[in-house]
Each structure stands twice: as C-alpha cells, then as structure tokens.
Design a protein around this ligand. Sequence first.
Ligand SMILES: NC(=O)C1=CN([C@@H]2O[C@H](COP(=O)(O)OP(=O)(O)OC[C@H]3O[C@@H](n4cnc5c(N)ncnc54)[C@H](O)[C@@H]3O)[C@@H](O)[C@H]2O)C=CC1
Ligand SMILES: CC(=O)C(=O)O
Ligand SMILES: [Mg+2]
Length: 549
Amino acid sequence: MPSSPTVSTDPLRNRGTAFTVDERARLGLVGRLPSAVETLDEQAARCYRQISGYATDLQKYTYLDQLHDRNEVLYYKLIVDHLAEMLPIVYDPTIGDAIKQWSNDYRDSRAVYLSIDRPDDVRASFAGLGLGPDDVDLVVVSDAQEILGIGDWGVNGTDISIGKLAVYTAAAGVDPARVVAVNLDVGTDNEVLLNSPEYLGNRHARVTGERYDDFIDLYLKTASELFPNALLHFEDFGPSNARRILEQNRDTYRIFNDDMQGTGAIVMSAVFSALKVTKESFAEQRLLVFGAGTAGTGMADQISAAMIRDGLSEDEAKSRVWLVDVDGLVTDDMTGLPNYQAAYARPASEVADWARADGLIDLLTAVSEVKPTILIGTSTLHNGFPKAVVEALAAGVERPILLPLSNPTERIEVMPADAVSWTQGRALIATGIPVDPVHYNGVDYDIGQANNALLYPGLGLGTIVSGATHVTDGMLLAAAKAVADQVDPTALGASLLPAVDNLRASSATVALAVAKQAIEEGVSTTNHDNLVQAVEDAMWQPVYPEIVE
Ligand SMILES: NC(=O)C1=CN([C@@H]2O[C@H](COP(=O)(O)OP(=O)(O)OC[C@H]3O[C@@H](n4cnc5c(N)ncnc54)[C@H](O)[C@@H]3O)[C@@H](O)[C@H]2O)C=CC1
Ligand SMILES: CC(=O)C(=O)O
Ligand SMILES: [Mg+2]
C-alpha cells in the first residue's frame, strides 16, 4: 500500500470521511473508514458542533490544532465559515495562552526549528521539507523574544509563526501548501522556562551580539537562496533586533516586519478613518505613544511620515510626537536611549516646568500638557490608561483617537466599555484584541480591531501576486488606505475598521491595491492581463483538491 498511508496522513490531502467509495478502493482505504461518505459541509457542521462543546478557548485551540494536523481543508473550511468566532481562537488572544502551555502540551508541529547552537543544520532543516525554489510563497519566522505582550517564550513561541500563517490562509487565501513556519531558537531569558523540566528549547540564555547577528544573516541568506520568491515575514522579535534587522536588510531581501510595518499600517487605517470624522489632516495631529518599543515607534514612524506628506517638515512632524515609556516622557537628557526612542526624544528644556513624580514625567502629566489628538497604547501595561488619563485626554480635545493596542486581553491598556463611558462616547476607539460592541446612552459603539491581522494577509497576498521584490512604504500605505476605504466611520458609534466577518473580501481589496502599487513603483516581477482576476485566482479556497497519487 505505498500511496494510501501518504494520502490519508498528509493533512493537505487527507479528506477523512469525505473520501468516496471509489477513492477508498483506489487508495487502499477499504475498511479504514466508517461507511458514510460525507460532504465537506457535513464534516464542517460536525466539527462546529464538536468545538462548540468545549468549555474554554484553550480547549478549542487544541481541538483546532489537532484538526489542522489531520485535515487542513476541513480546518480552514471551519475557520473561514466562522471567521469572527474562530480567529480569536487560532490567533490573538487565545494563542498567547497556548504559547505559555506549549512545551507542557507539546503534540507535534509542522514548524522548522533552527537552533543557534547548530548553524550547520539550517540548510538541511529546510531541505528536509522537500520543497523546491518555486514551491514557497511565504516564510514566517520568530525568535519569540516579545510574543504579543507576554514577553520571552523561547521555543514555545513557535505557535506564533503557525498562527500568523493560519491567518494568512484563512483571511487572504494564501496557499497553505506554499508556506513555512520557522522558530529561531536562540535561547531564552525566561527563567521559568529554563527551570521547567518540560521545556523543549535550548536551555541557555538568549545569545546576543555578533553570534545572534550571524545567525540572522544565515537564516536570511539560506531562506532566500532556497526559496527566492518567498516573502520573509518577521514576527515578535525584541525591539532593538526587530528594527535593526529590518533596517539593515529591507533593501536586500524581500522582508516584512509585521509588528513595525503591519501594525503601523493598520493604525494608519484607523487614523485615516478617524480623521474622516474629525475632518482634520495628519499635519494637525499630536501623537502620544505609551510604550515606545517595536510597535509603538513603528506607528510613530508611519504617522510622522503622513504628517510630512501633509506638508510638514521632518522637524515639524517630530515636534508633534511624544513617547512615554517606563521612565516617563522620553526626553533628550535621558542617557542610554535606544536609537528608535532617541529619534523622538523631546528637548528637556521644553518640559522643564512640567510636573514630575519620582523624577519622571508620567503619562497623566504628559496627556494633560500635550493634549494629544491620538493616544496609542503599546505598553503591555494592563490598565495603563486609567480613568484619570482617559478623562484628561477627553478634556483636551473633542474627539480624541484612542488606540489601546496591547495584546492579549490581559495586557490591554483600557477596555472600550470604560473608555466610551469615561469620554461620554466621544473617543474614536480601536483595539488590538477583538471586543464586543459597547452599548452606551442608546448607541451601539462598534469597536474596530486594529490588529495587524486585519492588514498583513492582504499585504502578503498582494506581494505574492505582484512578485514584488520589496515591501515598500508605498505598498504599506496603499494597504492602509485600502482598509480604511472600506468603512464609513461618520455615523456615531461606527467602527473605524472593517468587520472581521468581511476579512476575506477586505484582504482581496488590500491585495489588489498593494499589487497595483508594486507595479506602479516598478518592484513587481509578474505580468497579469487582469490583476483583479489574478488576485481572485491566487486565493486558495478550502475545498478538497483533486487527489494526485
Ligand atoms: N494591535 C496590534 O496589531 C499589535 C499590538 N502589539 C502589542 O503592543 C504591545 C507591545 O509590543 P511590542 O512593541 O512588540 O513590544 P516591545 O517590547 O517592543 O515594546 C513595549 C514597550 O513598552 C514599554 N513598557 C513596558 N512596560 C511599560 C510601562 N509600565 N509603562 C510604559 N511603557 C512600558 C517597554 O519599555 C517597551 O518600550 C504588545 O502588547 C503587543 O501585543 C504589537 C504588535 C501589533
Ligand atoms: C498582533 C501582534 O502582532 C502582536 O501583538 O504582537
Ligand atoms: Mg506580533
């Protein structure tokens, strides 16, 4: 029986009870399945009933993970048909809990593990996949130093690469047979993991410096040599590594940092929408970022670039951005500032009169003094925006844009129900996690999800369809506008961003805009007579493919 075990154990080709009587005979599966032959819809209906029976989201995650490893079409059928319900299970926020449990709950994994202690294995690890140079569109890699807002999870962070890829496929139809998830195991500084008998990763501290940089270089060289058409997506690296890797390599490799670029772009979408309500330009904004790491400064970069496009000089744009981090307002007299914060440090002389507590200018003081029009939270500090801060924000401007973006739920700076009530419904809000609408004073406030998952799938698909050699700033902007153009935020309570239910259509629209931009900028390497059709054709659908024996 050479081929039957392969077909029925290959999650990409397995179809379980949907194998027909003929196929069962042909594939040596006679007697290996119950008599009923089901349709994909019938299978999906049973799966939906099964998953609905689990009490916790983590149990649902495990169920879906096992289905993923058994029957990929059925897995995606279930997710695509119930996108808004399933995305929080396979992705943010439940994935954070799954990552914490990963070594304890280890089952099996489709990822490629690259260890910094065995650099000579990198090429062989990819080669073991049996994929040729034209077989891969996308590789998602993480070293798991800053998983969501829950910190360093070492090899446990493997699931973030798998989860991000699942969203690419569910949300934008990126072909699941043409993607690779990678964990870079460079050690961990998480003492709990290092001292847990269950931990499955390298048992040493994170390697830093030249050895780390050499390992990243090796990854980039090998992955791009073996899969020259693939987009190399970086996820949840630590702040200085994330930025350095992107800046040093974006002209050489087709790379994308989701936390900086994807998040920056989805925030741009939310701000585009909010400015339709306030009828202001970017040049008029005052931006305060609370938590100035990878994501926060990525947003500051994109919003200040928008201010410059709106006519400000670079210095004028910088003068409209304030960062608050663990040591309070970032000022130019602070020593040891990382370069991404130093770029936005305020002159100490400018804030000499501002109130200080324990020697630092806290968020409340900064909000009261600056009167920001946009307040972003990427601090990982749950309740980082208490009532006094939100009220100070609302006292400063009529319709403040409030984006508490930290993930997962245990990290969000303020829950929208509180923020809506503390601002009497005036704040224009979007969050990183999915949240239910807020009912306040007779109005339903739909809270858009400003999570990069609402943007990066379409961006990736557009990059793949256009064969873009680079992900340019223009492509990010085109994606951001394409997302924002899908909503009318002007009614009271309207969402700033498209609903997750419409994510597949939204991703197709984003992909088209991105591919057009790539062509316009001359970075596209493909030729399509009809770009709309090319995007549609590129979108993988969860239907059983023809069985190739
Ligand atoms: N909505 C979205 O699409 C995204 C959301 N995020 C979220 O943003 C948060 C930050 O992620 P990264 O930027 O990747 O992490 P990071 O570690 O690069 O940045 C976090 C920053 O917050 C600062 N911080 C920590 N505690 C603080 C406190 N008590 N007060 C003020 N600042 C504090 C840190 O010093 C650091 O500068 C996470 O919760 C993550 O889930 C990140 C990427 C995308
Ligand atoms: C959404 C995401 O990428 C993060 O929280 O890190
Ligand atoms: Mg991330």
